[in-house]
Design a protein around this ligand. Structure first.
Ligand SMILES: [Ca+2]
Length: 261
């Protein structure tokens, strides 16, 4: 009788272990399907019922950021690397020449305004596969002829767009630009917005609300707050106007230096 009882107990434990193992395997297969694995995960069937208790750890897949960090510059001098060969920093500012106001919020970027300089803003971005057009708003204020001062867009050091800063491209308002970066869709790239000036005739490039969007006509984030109509009248800039942007953050001096006579 005692032997039969022990045998019954043993049989029960074996059956329990087999059932538990099968249940665990089924659960693993279902879980594998839940997280998109084509092949079920393999695991050794537990040797007893206690071992069948499984601990599922969450798997988090982080999608790349779909936006340019601090694209509206409202976080101040963060996320972007600011560069000027002549040390004419900061590029990200709250005050500008000629009464110009940021397109959104209180911050925008001011590149140029200094002779014979190379200035840029750059940051690593993930170009979204479904929003691979770079969009931003610029305001060009130049007294130069075309062909001497430029703005260019670079991705991983390669120039993907370039256009003139000159009196005939002056915008007299915040103007939207878009660039097709679909060649970099789904990739991490060092995005650089770069201005190069020569040794005469001042050029300024103001920038705000940088973002990725789905096409050339999609709306960008950062609503126009209605302050785009600044008093700046860049057409009257002359070669005689002092060109140097102050090395320290003295925006009043910059404004007076670049105001028309
Ligand atoms: Ca802004």
């Amino acid at each position: 009788m005692m032997k039969i009882t022990r045998f019954a107990k043993l049989s029960f434990l074996v059956c329990a272990a087999l059932l538990a193992g099968q249940a665990a395997q089924t659960a693993q297969t279902a879980h594998a399907q839940d997280i998109g694995l084509t092949e079920p995960m393999t695991a050794t069937a537990p040797q007893n019922a206690r071992a069948a208790a499984l601990v599922y750890l969450p798997i988090t897949v982080r999608a790349p950021a779909a936006t340019v960090a601090n694209g509206d510059f409202e976080a101040g001098r963060t996320a972007w690397i600011e560069h000027s060969n002549k040390g004419a920093l900061p590029l990200i500012r709250t005050t500008f020449t000629g009464g110009l106001r940021p397109r959104s919020g209180a911050h925008a970027a001011w590149l140029g305004g200094v002779y014979s300089d190379i200035q840029y803003l750059e940051q690593m971005v993930a170009v979204p596969s479904n929003q691979s057009y770079l969009a931003y708003w610029h305001w060009i204020a130049s007294s130069d002829f075309c062909g001497y001062d430029y703005v260019s867009i670079r991705a991983n050091g390669a120039e993907v767009a370039k256009y003139d800063l000159c009196s005939s491209t002056n915008t007299s308002a915040w103007t939207k630009k878009t660039f097709n970066l679909s060649a970099y869709a789904g990739q991490q790239v060092m995005l650089q917005i770069r201005v190069r000036t020569d040794s005469s005739k001042n050029s300024n490039f103001f920038l705000d609300d940088v973002a990725f969007q789905a096409g050339t006509n999609a709306a960008t984030s950062g609503a126009d707050d209605g302050r785009a109509e600044a008093e700046i009248q860049v057409e009257s800039f002359t070669q005689d106007a002092p060109a140097e942007k102050p090395m320290s953050d003295l925006p009043e001096d910059a404004a007076s230096a670049l105001k028309p006579e």
